[in-house]
Design a protein around this ligand. Structure first.
Ligand SMILES: [Zn+2]
Length: 440
């Protein structure tokens, strides 16, 4: 007989000869021992209470904590080692319970290979341009220089350009009372909501990746702002910079990190024939795009929508042919783009306004065909391309469910469909999130 237990793995099962012998003896003993309560000696010290997880085995738990299965069975008055179940609490004899730990510290901001140097602010520079020059997140500069307001830097001011990870932001400075995010880890292409509450009157401004945050009252004393996570934003930790300004002009800043992770998007290579390739002429693309970007960056400072969006196509006709976010190349080009909207199949199918807003564009475009753009406020715009017919006019107010046009095949398309695109701060975000969730 072995004196020392030898653990052998076969597949996922651990077989330990000595423990099996012990277990057998124990089970025999149990059969002859009518008073299991006699085993219940109170532990002298607090012992770890382990919650059984899905997939756990008694052998596995015993191995992990350097115990024998028998010891666990004894300590918990169990008779059948195969009858443990997820969620069950097992006292692990002799394994000390962890001492209470202080609350976890927030995740540190970006840890880039940073150049440790100083920078003197030159005329025309902003904190954002300096951050870009050094490849440093703006939030790191704010923290490293204890800047009360990232929008106010002086020419001639010396800034520390930090090396490596920074100390994490500490407690919220007054007047901030709470800061939270709809998602602290978010996939590319989603809309993020920032919630702020204040302990005293102040106005709050902020930014994320160069996008200004426009804060709105939630009607119960809280504030919220929405911002876009670009579908091609490099996965990493990014700062959300918040500044509160009190009526006396004094300010306080807080940097809230958000983790951006890869979106589960597919890939497609698109080949366009010669006639259509001509339309990919960079100048044609740029002119139309610039006109739209100009439109998308106008701010209506209040939300016109409320609650979840509806599909732009009536329920029975909804047939999604291409999802938002799919990575695309055109005609084998190296340039990676992505599908900026959600496509619905159909021809002549009515298109309805998914939320209230004001029509700010209703006319034919070269690439996008018969196009409608609706302003929902706060730099949130929904867009409808390739329509066969438009039935609204520029300047018209629409309510949720109003008819705006019909699905068609105008512009740069390979067949009739509705391309539905939602832009926030000019950045395309997943439209279906707006259907599935009530934002904010
Ligand atoms: Zn599309």
């Amino acid at each position: 007989m072995r004196l020392k237990c030898t653990h052998t793995f076969r597949g996922n099962h651990m077989i330990c000869s000595q423990n099996i012998i012990k277990l057998t003896i124990f089970l025999l003993a149990i059969a002859l021992w009518p008073a299991p309560a006699a085993l219940a000696a109170p532990p002298p010290n607090p012992e770890l209470v382990y919650t059984v997880q899905p997939g756990d085995t008694l052998m596995g738990i015993a191995f992990k904590y350097n115990l024998s299965p028998l010891e666990i069975l004894q300590a918990n008055h169990l008779f059948n080692p195969s009858l443990i179940f997820p969620g069950q609490k097992l006292t692990l004899p002799g394994v000390p319970a962890p001492t209470p730990t202080p609350p976890p510290t927030p995740t540190p901001l970006l840890q880039l290979p940073l150049s440790g140097t100083q920078h003197t602010v030159q005329p025309g520079e902003t904190l954002y341009s300096i951050a870009q020059t050094y490849g440093v997140p703006v939030g790191n500069l704010v923290l490293a220089n204890s800047l009360p307001n990232p929008d106010v830097i002086q020419v001639g001011q010396t800034l520390n350009i930090p090396i490596g990870p920074l100390p994490t932001p500490g407690a919220l400075p007054p007047p901030f009372e709470s800061v939270s995010l709809s998602e602290s880890t978010i996939i590319q292409g989603r809309t993020l909501t920032v919630y702020v509450s204040l302990a005293e009157p102040a106005t709050v401004s902020g930014s994320f990746e160069g996008q200004p945050l426009i804060f709105n009252s939630d009607g119960t004393g809280g504030l919220w702002a929405i911002t876009a996570v670009h579908a091609l934003l490099q996965p990493n930790s990014y700062p959300i910079i918040l500044t509160a300004t009190r009526p006396d002009g004094s300010t306080a800043s807080h940097v809230e990190p958000v983790s951006v992770i890869e979106g589960p998007y597919g890939f497609e290579a698109i080949q366009l024939d010669d006639t259509r390739s001509q339309l990919l002429n960079p100048q044609t693309l740029a002119a139309e795009r610039d006109m739209l970007v100009n439109l998308w960056t106008q701010v209506t400072p209040r939300p016109r929508w409320s609650g979840p969006f509806w599909y732009p196509i009536a329920g029975n006709d909804v047939r999604i042919t291409s999802y938002f976010g799919t990575r695309r190349t055109y005609n084998n080009s190296d340039e990676l783009s992505f599908h900026a909207g959600t496509d619905f199949g159909g021809s002549g199918t009515p298109i309805y306004a998914p939320a209230a807003g004001r029509v700010v564009l209703a006319r034919p475009l070269t690439v996008r065909g018969n196009a409608v753009v609706i302003d929902h406020g706060l730099r949130l715009y929904s867009n409808y391309w390739h329509q066969s017919q438009i039935v609204v006019t520029e300047g018209q107010e629409v309510q949720q469910g109003d008819l705006i046009g019909y699905v068609g095949g105008t512009g740069l398309v390979t067949g009739p469909h509705l391309h539905w695109e939602v832009r926030l701060n000019g950045i395309a975000v997943n439209p279906l999130q707006w259907v599935r969730e009530s934002i904010p």
